[in-house]
Design a protein around this ligand. Structure first.
Ligand code: GDG
Length: 460
């Protein structure tokens, strides 16, 4: 049987089988790897003085992880540079924040070549290779250059930007050309897939035929494959001791008030400023509701060495201070803003105690928090999900209250509507959402992708 070789920027730390310590993606990929056997390869997250390609192998839970250290220049140009300062903002439609530097592009290419050199000897003839995300777009082409004829798939976890935006990237065509080395390319939504196809056909002369794109002598299959969560695991987590204690603690602290919750990595794509402004608008427009609600925003800092992340952090501190300064009372604080991460079982309890899940990204490939919020609810008395229509999740979660996050009025109206929503309507919406979260879960996602990959005929 074929083994699976998963390649991603970071490899999830081995957790000794402790459920709940990993995120959904790690759970899904480790399950696939344990079932099929294989290797998960990526950067260790560590820095070394000089790149040697020395691999650290660890065997755990039925599969092997293989990691490699990078040198300082690689980390600066490939990870902090091209991945986080160029591609991430561009792929989230923020060309105002994207930095186009030849040094970053060169470092990205060099580091991907280093990854290819390092992982190449681990790949056997029958293996299928699955590359994850925007850090590693040229990796498939580099593997082909090193004689890998195996099936190779690529999955993009972020949006793919519209053609005219992608055209601002100096090396856009070269980058897209490398993607024709893959056999299957997966996106969360039809919209991201269509943007990719538009660029390839209209800017580069590729030919579309059904699900396939033809370019020069290559043919790739494009696949819509929305990622899910491990719904069962999350539901179990939300009924465990820690989640229950957290739930009780939160209910006591809410003291009869309705809690609204947001949970996001601190990132400008998540629409946190817009969320705060929408919530402030609700408080200003509905003074009578004020003391009956509060917003808990959990936002663990990420990518702190990148300037744009320092700026968004400073701006949110200012805005939350302003809202609390203007509106708080002796025994009521409208906004609890916490820059810390919490274990997943604590988060599950927080979600369950919240009357509203407020998810307002300006752009998001999928957004797993929306799905986790639904999975954690009490079926008898579920909360209401307010979801930005610019997330991948909105294409599936149509029973949420869908809003435009750029409009403070829409956020304010949605909060008012959610607070007043009758229980029967809450239950009806939640049931439909939960059914989707359970049906199209993370196991479904990886099965859908690997099925498509194994349908590809092997090169003669
Ligand atoms: C990228 C794409 C796509 C958050 N705070 C804590 C914590 N989290 C967990 C959440 C959730 C995960 O992090 C975040 O996932 P998202 O999907 O919301 O967002 P990104 O990190 O931007 O992920 C995204 C995803 O890839 C998968 O394809 O959906 O669009 O941008 O699981 O629960 N986890 C813990 N403590 C926290 O404080 N333990």
């Amino acid at each position: 049987m074929s083994r699976l070789i998963v390649i991603s920027n970071r490899v999830s730390a081995a957790t000794g089988g402790k459920k709940g310590a990993q995120g959904g993606l790690a759970v899904a990929l480790s399950a696939a790897l344990s079932e099929m056997g294989g290797i998960w390869f990526g950067w260790s997250g560590e820095q070394t003085d000089e790149f040697t390609g020395q691999i650290t192998m660890q065997r755990e839970g039925g599969f092997t992880t293989a990691t490699v250290d990078l040198e300082e220049q690689d980390i600066e140009e490939y990870y902090n540079g091209y991945a986080n300062r160029t591609l991430w903002p561009l792929f989230h439609y923020r060309i105002d924040l994207a930095e186009y530097e030849r040094g970053y592009a060169g470092g990205y290419q060099r580091t991907n070549e280093r990854f290819a050199d390092t992982v190449r000897p681990l790949i056997e003839d029958d293996d299928a290779v699955w590359v994850q995300d925007y850090h590693m777009i040229p990796l498939g082409a580099e593997l082909r250059n090193r004689g890998v004829h195996n099936r190779i798939g690529f999955f993009l976890h972020t949006p793919w930007p519209p053609r005219r935006l992608l055209s601002t990237l100096p090396e856009a065509k070269d980058l897209v050309e490398t993607m024709f080395a893959y056999d299957v390319i997966g996106f969360h939504t039809e919209e991201w897939l269509q943007s990719f196809s538009d660029f390839a056909t209209l800017e580069m002369g590729a030919r579309a035929e059904g699900d396939f794109l033809h370019f020069r002598n290559r043919r790739v299959r494009m696949l819509v494959c929305p990622i899910g969560i491990d719904a069962e695991e999350f539901r179990t987590l939300s009924q465990g001791d820690t989640a229950r204690q957290t739930y009780e603690q939160m209910m006591r602290s809410a003291n009869g008030r309705s809690m609204i919750v947001g949970v996001d990595r601190l990132d400008y794509s998540k629409g946190l400023e817009e969320r705060f402004l929408g919530y402030e608008r609700f408080l200003l427009e509905h003074p009578e509701e004020r003391r009956g609600v509060f917003l808990l925003q959990i936002a663990p800092p990420s990518r702190a060495s990148v300037d744009s992340y320092q700026r968004i952090r400073a701006s949110l501190e200012k805005l939350s201070g302003h809202i609390n300064g203007a509106l708080a009372d002796l025994d009521w604080v409208p906004l609890r803003y916490v820059n810390e991460g919490y274990p997943r079982d604590v988060l599950a309890g927080v979600y369950r105690a919240s009357s509203i899940g407020l998810v307002t990204p300006l752009r998001d490939g999928m957004n797993l928090v929306a799905k986790e919020y639904i999975a954690a609810q009490d079926p008898e008395d579920p909360g209401v999900l307010i979801l930005s229509r610019f997330t991948g999740a909105a294409a599936q979660m149509t029973e949420a209250i869908l809003i435009n996050p750029h409009s403070a009025e829409e956020i304010s109206d949605a909060i008012g509507r959610a607070l007043k929503m009758p229980r029967e309507e809450r239950i009806r919406r939640w049931k439909a959402l939960m059914e989707g979260v359970q049906r199209e879960d993370v196991i479904w996602w990886r099965q859908r992708f690997t099925d498509a990959l194994f349908e590809v005929p092997l090169a003669a």
